[in-house]
Structure formats: C-alpha cells, structure tokens
Ligand binder design. Sequence first.
Ligand SMILES: [Fe+2]
Length: 222
Amino acid sequence: MSRVASTQADAKQMQTWLNHKFDTESVARFKAGPGIQKLQLKFDIDKLRQCYRDMQGQLEDLGSGFHVMALTRRPGVEHPTPEDNCGRFWTRVDDSYAEVPRDIMVDESAYSEFNPLFADTYLAEVYEQLIARFPIGRMRVLGKDPYNCNSWHRDPEPRLHIPIISNPGSLFVVNHHCTHLPADGSVYFTDTRGYHTALNGGEESRVHIVAALPYAGQQVSD
Ligand SMILES: [Fe+2]
C-alpha cells in the first residue's frame, strides 16, 4: 500500500473506530468466553465470606502480595512445605518469545485429604460438592493484594475459581479473553492450560478459592 493510500486508510478506519459506541458497563459483569466459563453449581456467598472471616488470620503471607491457606493436603501432611505452594508452569519471559519451564511437576491427585482444620465448616460442604463432580487436587484460599498481578504463564491443569471477595478491577485473563469474576457464590472454570494471569487492579484485596482439576492422564507435561 502506498504512503498516501495507507494514510487515507488509517484516517478512515480511525473515524469508524471513533463512531463505535464505547463500552464501560459490560466489564463490571462476568462474560464467558474461550477458556473461562461459569458452572451451574453455586454456593452461598454469605457462608463463604463468614468462613473467610473466621480463617483470615491464619492465611500464610507468601510475599509479593500473595496469601494462601491450603484446604486440601497430601494425607497426613499437617504443615505445607514450600513445594506445596509451587508447581510446574511455563512462561515466556523476554522478547525471544521462547517458553521456559519453572518449578517442579506436582502430582495434584496426591492432595486427596481435606484439611481437618475446616472439617466442621461450610468449606467442607463446598469440597464435597466439588469432588462429587470433578477430580480435585490442590484446593486453596488465595488472597491477592491490591494492584497485584500474577505472571503470564500456563499450568499443567485447568482450575476452578470460587471468588469470595472481589472488586470490579479484579480480572482473569485466559489467552485473549478477559473478564471479571463476580463474588456471588458462582463457580468458574478457567482453562489454565492456556496462557493466563489473574490481576487485582482494585483498591481492596481479592480472595478466591482455587482448585486444580487433575483429570487422569490429561496433565500437560514438558
Ligand atoms: Fe496459573
């Protein structure tokens, strides 16, 4: 395309873009898309929040704005090791766009015991409802401070997210699809086998229950 032609094409295209109605409302809601879906299953958000208030002081501060409490564990392992809080992921870190592996592979199916600390809470009912439907691996309460973002990476398995506390600036991105996940008791499927990140661009902390979905034989490996 000649310089004159590209100038005219860009100017005309810009006018089309400017004439398009801009959107500020739909981003305050959930929007399903490739890699992010909402389940039929729904929990009582008031009970979830009460559970979180009761356990809030026990979350481990992992630094960098991340907080965690394990809801499942390897049988009998009472105190999580650092390895329990990491696990293989792949990421692209520079403009070579080359993918590099990080951390060690984790056998999610080994996390088969519900944390007895929460045996008499609503969280146990949540766990029962989940395992009646899906294989569940590590299930954790994850807190994320304001203005905090995960790395851009992919995992060996998909995840379920159950937001407990959120805000409109808290977003989840899988590949090209981005959406807010409202904390209303909904359960969201996130296909974290694709590239993804979670970010909290809001002014309050965000808290989700996150559970790995280790379907037998389907874990992505190197
Ligand atoms: Fe991830």
